[in-house]
Design a protein around this ligand. Structure first.
Ligand code: FAS
Ligand code: PHB
Length: 391
């Protein structure tokens, strides 16, 4: 088998890159470990930056987004019931769009089906070879049959646990583990808010998001080693009521249709390329979801990489690929610091050794939020970063 670009992973990064290459007439094959059903069942991110929406529009991939996406003009921040709206349109003239990653993957995949893309599901034993030379290739097994995919370029869009990152010799990683994670639920109840609510509370962080005008998405800070089995629906709603409560506002409850706990980490590699291998999305970096940057960073990476691949393969100009890793990482570190700042400001940090240090930390976070509530300059900085830095 031979193709121009071998893409490992059919998550948002791999699927979107395939569309970018297809528009330029460049052949590709996507190798995906899981089944189509499993891929479509994953519930993850929910917020698209303006830049991501623009990219999908330029590629003609925004039909479903335009129909079902919800345009939001800002977010609410609160601590112990004191709620403040940060108006992105007033501050920086930009909006964000609520559109679940599940819906995006479904649409990107449907468009690949329509154009007859070569996507192999449930492949196993994917290994990368010859990355340093002129004949890179990927070996794998498909339905028990061994296969080899010869290519010009390999793109590792295989997420945090994929085989691409380990294929980079001498790769370093910079990371921070958090002692907490997010318990996320989907509930069949109309959202109780217009814009998302991010809340700091002595019991822990909570957030009210949504997937549509009929389905709410909410999150709770929990200790990272907690089990979802210890969280009954009633306990979840009680904690959400306590942490999100605000005078004159009601949180409406409904049937919980999905619940899971996601650990939280910050992670960035030292390089996103090695020879003819290029990493994109979670294969190269992970952010805590507090800044809504994971999915958007994956889109930013493949937008940059896609343009560089077209320049290289179609025009013979290697400049884009030569500069890809530095450019992608430069943007990613700005995203990392914002995601870390939002996470540190809005979560309860219990790792300090004594109660006095913990109380001091909490009160300084309240001071951060109170400063933010009173400073247009501080709000402009948050709005500029949340709505998305330039791709
Ligand atoms: P993905 O992980 O989505 O896709 C990688 C693909 O590679 C997968 O389909 C995988 O099956 C495949 N793969 C792996 N190993 C392979 C192999 N050996 N062979 C072939 N294929 C292989 N981001 C937010 O902005 N907000 C959120 O609320 C949020 N919540 C999240 C919750 C969870 C549980 C997780 C894990 C992530 C969450 N994220 C969130 C981040 C998430 O949205 C990622 O940023 C996004 O999925 C990145 O897309 P990809 O880089 O395509 O990686
Ligand atoms: C979501 O809707 O899943 C979501 C929204 C904003 C975040 C994280 C997750 O910061």
């Amino acid at each position: 088998m031979r193709t121009k670009v071998a893409i490992i992973g059919a998550g948002p990064a791999g699927l979107l890159l395939g569309h970018i290459l297809q528009r330029a007439g460049i052949g590709f094959t996507i190798l995906e470990r899981t089944s189509r059903e499993h891929l479509l069942g994953r519930i993850r991110a929910g917020v698209l930056e303006q830049g991501s929406v623009d990219v999908l529009g330029e590629l003609g991939l925004d039909a479903d987004l335009r129909e079902r996406g919800l345009t939001h003009h800002g977010i609410h921040l609160q601590h112990e019931g004191q709620r403040h709206h940060v108006d992105f349109v007033d501050l920086v003239g930009r909006t964000v769009t609520i559109y679940g990653q599940q819906a995006l993957v479904r649409h990107l995949l449907a468009e690949h089906d329509r154009i007859g893309s070569d996507i192999r599901f449930e492949v196993a034993d994917v290994e990368l070879h010859g990355l340093d030379g002129s004949s890179p290739h990927v070996s794998f097994t498909d339905g028990g049959t061994a296969g080899v995919l010869d290519c010009d370029v390999v793109v590792g869009a295989d997420g945090y646990h994929g085989p691409s990152r380990p294929a980079v010799p001498g790769l370093r990683a910079f990371e921070r583990e958090y002692p907490f994670g997010w318990l996320g639920i989907l509930a069949d109840v109309p959202p109780s808010t217009d814009d998302l609510i991010y809340a700091l509370h002595p019991d822990g962080f909570a957030m009210h998001s949504m997937r549509s005008l009929e389905v709410s998405r909410l999150y709770l800070q929990v200790d990272r080693d907690e089990s979802i089995d210890d969280w009954s629906d009633a306990r979840i709603w009680d904690a959400l009521q306590t942490r999100l409560g605000s005078d004159g506002w009601t949180l409406h409850e409904g049937a919980i249709t999905e619940k899971s706990i996601t650990p939280m980490r910050s992670f960035v590699v030292s390089t996103m390329s090695h020879g003819r291998l290029f990493l994109a999305g979670d294969a190269g970096h992970i952010v805590p979801p507090t800044g809504a940057k994971g999915l958007n960073s994956a889109i930013a990476d493949v937008t940059l990489l896609g343009r560089a691949l077209v320049r290289s393969i179609r025009d013979g100009d290697e400049a884009g690929l030569d500069g890809y890793s530095d450019a992608a990482l430069a943007r990613q570190w700005k995203v990392q610091q914002f995601s870390q700042w939002m996470t540190d400001m809005l979560h309860v940090h219990r790792e300090a050794p004594d109660a006095s240090a913990r109380d001091f930390r909490y009160r300084s976070q309240v001071g951060q939020l109170e400063y933010l509530f009173g400073s247009r300059h501080a709000q402009e900085s948050l709005a500029e970063q949340y709505a998305g830095l330039p791709f």
